[in-house]
Design a protein around this ligand. Structure first.
Ligand SMILES: Cc1ncc(C[n+]2csc(CCOP(=O)(O)OP(=O)(O)O)c2C)c(N)n1
Ligand SMILES: [Mg+2]
Length: 373
């Protein structure tokens, strides 16, 4: 017990607190819908992205791009098969947010943990669960990564240290904090990435968890994926301040605002946070700003936002941005992009074929993995 409750305030934490790594004034964000402004931000970001690209190995860059493209193609296919009734129930897509999962999770080691919300298909795949197992899970089939009993919102793999897939908004923040506590207590040297949406920040569990993580110096990175909406409610209508990264200050925690459309920015902010967690056992709050290009779930008609607003953010599509930069940096050509896209499409088709051919779970499975007291 003593080792997790020891207080070790480090001078570095103050320096690391709320910095602005992207556009706009420190901690503040302008929310005007201006397509021209979005285009100029896009151009600005390309320069810094090119500089970051030049520091990385070509095969690693190929894998980063492939994972993002695979996530996109896989989810576009999921939407297609959902519409023809192959997938039922809830289905929350990640299209537009791929740079967050790929930019963060590809830095992890085997001993690290991940926990997230119901918007979990891409994160599950980046964690190493096969696209076949994720698609079969969406289909509710036996070959799914939890035998078809979890579905879209509850991807899980103990082997891959992927601890869900949670439907209760904010619920995973408390569980993730406990996971980081266990890592510290057992001295595994691992860190936890805990993902949640911006609407979860208004839940009490967010505040209780950050308080304890800072108090107990837990090796956790809280990743708020700020996609601007909690179902049909914009952040402006639900939260009294616009900067979530700033909330870290209330707990003496390091916090950073990150442009979630820029996979290289996401990666470098996560590197800093992982170093802090692994070497100093200290938590970080990252507010990663992105936008979901699709509705909240497959059943969302999307009447709460304008086409112009969606277009604004599509001007900064994280995949297009990264590809343009890779081309400018002369790392890849259009032919490489074509090959990567084809590979992602082929993998997605394999996943669909696998799901189609996988049997439905046996009826006896109704009574396994159930806790009833
Ligand atoms: C405790 C709780 N309250 C309400 C809901 C209904 N609900 C499901 S998703 C959602 C919005 C969450 O938005 P956010 O946290 O920003 O994540 P995003 O969907 O944008 O990824 C709400 C209110 C829920 N699942 N759990
Ligand atoms: Mg949201």
């Amino acid at each position: 017990m003593a080792k997790t409750t020891t207080r070790r305030k480090k001078a570095t934490s103050k320096k690391a607190a709320t910095s602005n790594n992207g556009s706009g004034k420190s901690g503040e964000v302008t929310d005007t819908v201006d397509v021209e402004q979005a285009k100029s931000e896009y151009q600005k970001r390309r320069k810094s992205q090119i500089a970051a690209i030049k520091k990385l190995d070509k095969e690693l860059l190929r894998e980063i791009l492939y994972q993002m493209v695979l996530g996109r193609v896989f989810e576009q296919k999921s939407a297609e098969v959902y519409r023809i009734g192959k997938i039922g129930g809830f289905c929350h897509l990640y299209i537009g947010q791929e740079a967050i999962s790929v930019g963060t999770q590809m830095l992890l080691e085997d001993r690290d943990y991940v926990i997230t919300s119901y918007r979990d298909h891409v994160q599950a795949m980046v964690a190493g669960i096969s696209p076949e197992a994720v698609m079969a899970e969406l289909y509710g089939k036996e070959g799914g990564n939890v035998g078809g009993k979890g579905g879209s919102m509850h991807m899980f793999s103990k082997e891959k240290n992927f601890f869900g897939g949670h439907g209760i908004v904010g619920g995973q923040i408390g569980v993730g904090t406990g996971m980081a506590y266990a890592q510290k207590y057992k001295e595994t040297g691992g860190v936890t990435l805990c993902f949640f949406g911006e609407a979860a920040v208004n839940q009490g569990i967010f505040h209780e968890s950050l308080n304890m993580a800072e108090l107990w110096d837990l090796p956790i990175i809280y990743i708020c994926e700020n996609n601007r909406y909690g179902m049909g409610t914009s952040q402006e209508r639900a939260m009294s301040i616009s900067s979530i990264a700033k909330k870290a200050e209330g707990y003496g925690m390091a916090g950073e605002y990150v442009d979630g459309m820029d996979v290289m920015e996401v990666r470098s902010a996560t590197e800093r946070a992982i170093k802090r967690a692994r070497e100093e056992s200290r938590p970080t709050l990252l507010e990663i700003r992105a936008y979901r290009f699709m509705g909240h779930s497959m059943s969302d008609p999307g009447k709460y936002r304008t086409t112009e607003e969606v277009k604004k953010y599509q001007e900064r599509d994280p995949i297009a941005l990264f590809q343009d930069s890779l081309k400018d940096a002369k790392v890849f050509t259009d032919k490489d992009f074509e090959e990567i896209l084809e590979k992602a499409k082929a993998k997605t088709q394999e996943a669909v074929d696998f799901a189609e051919n996988s049997p439905l779970p046996n009826e006896s499975e109704l009574f396994t993995d159930v806790l009833a007291e």
